[in-house]
Ligand binder design. Structure first.
Ligand code: LLP
Length: 417
């Protein structure tokens, strides 16, 4: 059995013969490292979630929109959602066809809507005002509407997107107004979508949300699709043996709901789901280097180069990421792992039992592929790290260069002539 130091990555042969410290020596530290085999496995698991025939997995690219990453998702036959023209732009570059992209907009300008229309990409709007705006610029066009079925779920209040407190979606009580606007601009409503929130570990809430949105769907004839949203969780506490989401059980339940609904609706309507995290989180380890170890009053700190500009999740949502320490320590101790940003809140893990850490060690933050790089910033004028992909043959290739100092001033305009 492998030591706790590398237990999780060993169990899936994550590094495939590459040594973490050699990867950072070659590509720089910190470093986002992805494993292609695991990414492909996750895509395939969800593609086969249900037997229902007209089923499409739209990968939610906000979780990770690296070009090479999207190219792999595209090769696996998934489609994508987009949250901005920027995501649409990268998705088209990655090889997705316009009809494979679904733009789930929220409070967007006319210009942003026009960008999608010009590229023949279907838009979902999520307010009466935005439906009106869409009608004005694309009368006679096709459109989807995001409804709030009243069900919400998520790992933190910031990521619950259904229910009473959210800015998203149209409440069903406005269906009469929706119909009026559709009629006024001769719009064809082709789909209804929802997203109840991010990260559920038990399928029941999702199924509840599905049933609730289908009650809304029933009120519209002749839709082409229903998009049920994402939120499929992954176990972030693997070192505590947190169980996985039971996909088989969820798939069986979903399948039944879909089959039953198709019968009732009188047509094999297409069902879509929109997972981001489930596809992208676990195929990535974020490597960093320890530059200081010190005792400050009651806490022992390991100071690393992984600031919250590199990985925001622990600071933003108190999220847990397991940590591996790539050294030979057999002893463990309680330590707080922090970054190099000038805020006391720059904490990756508080009072965590970890193998004893020494200066110069390489550490790995696990399951960092979802909302990791995509939420990274240049705060403190730090350079965003490189991204590397371990190909199926074990070769580590660069898929994004690390920022350079010149990037920091690329769009700044000096007052000096
Ligand atoms: N569809 C829509 C409309 C969404 O807003 C989202 C996520 C997804 C799908 C994908 O959700 P997923 O399957 O990844 O849970 N930054 C947060 C998560 C924010 C999720 C935003 N919306 C985090 O790091 O946990």
């Amino acid at each position: 059995m492998s030591k706790i130091n590398t237990k999780v990555t060993d169990s899936v042969n994550f590094f495939q013969g590459n040594k973490p410290s050699e990867l950072t020596a070659k590509f720089g530290s910190p470093l986002y490292v992805y494993n292609e085999r695991i990414l492909r496995e996750r895509c395939r698991e969800l593609k086969h979630l249900v037997d229902y025939k007209n089923f499409i997995v739209n990968y939610s690219a906000k979780a990770n929109s690296n070009l090479a990453f999207l190219e792999i998702v595209n090769e696996e036959g998934l489609y994508v959602d987009a949250m901005s023209p920027g995501e649409i732009y990268v998705e088209l570059k990655a090889g997705f066809k316009p009809e494979q992209i679904f733009y789930i907009s929220n409070n967007v300008s006319k210009e942003e809507m026009q960008y999608a229309i010009d590229h023949n990409i279907l838009i979902s709007v999520d307010s009466l005002a935005q439906l009106e705006q869409y009608g004005q610029i694309n009368p006679g066009g096709k459109v989807a509407i995001r409804f709030n079925s009243g069900v919400g779920a998520g790992h933190h209040e910031k990521v619950v997107t259904g229910g009473k407190k959210t800015k998203f979606a149209v409440n069903p009580e406005y269906i009469p107004e929706v119909r009026e606007i559709l009629k006024k601009y001769d719009l064809k409503l082709v789909g209804i979508n929802q997203h109840i929130g991010s990260l559920f570990m038990e399928g029941d809430k999702y199924i509840e949300g599905v049933k609730a949105i289908l009650e809304i769907v029933k009120q519209f004839d002749d839709l082409e699709f229903v998009d049920l949203g994402g939120g499929f969780g992954i176990p972030y506490e693997k070192l505590n043996d947190q169980p996985r989401l039971d996909l088989k059980d969820l798939g069986t339940k979903l399948n039944k709901v879909m089959e039953d609904f198709a019968k009732e609706y009188g047509k094999e309507i297409t069902f879509k789901i929109e997972p981001g995290r489930y596809i992208s989180a676990e195929c990535c380890v974020l490597l960093g280097t320890v530059h200081a170890v010190k005792q400050n009053n009651v806490h022992k700190f390991a100071g690393t180069d992984i600031g919250f500009n590199v990985l925001q999740r622990p600071v933003m949502y108190d999220s847990h990421h397991d940590i591996e320490v790539y050294n030979d320590s057999d002893e463990t101790e309680e330590i707080t792992v922090v970054g190099n940003i000038c805020e006391s809140g720059d904490i990756l893990a508080k009072d965590r039992m970890l193998p004893v850490i020494n200066i110069g060690d390489t550490i790995g933050l696990l399951d960092a592929g979802a909302y990791g790089y995509s939420m990274a910033s240049n705060y403190n004028n730090r350079l965003r790290p490189a991204e590397v992909l371990i190909r199926e043959n074990g070769e580590a290739v660069l898929i994004r260069e690390r920022d350079e100092l010149e990037d920091l001033t690329r769009h700044m305009i000096s007052l000096k002539k």
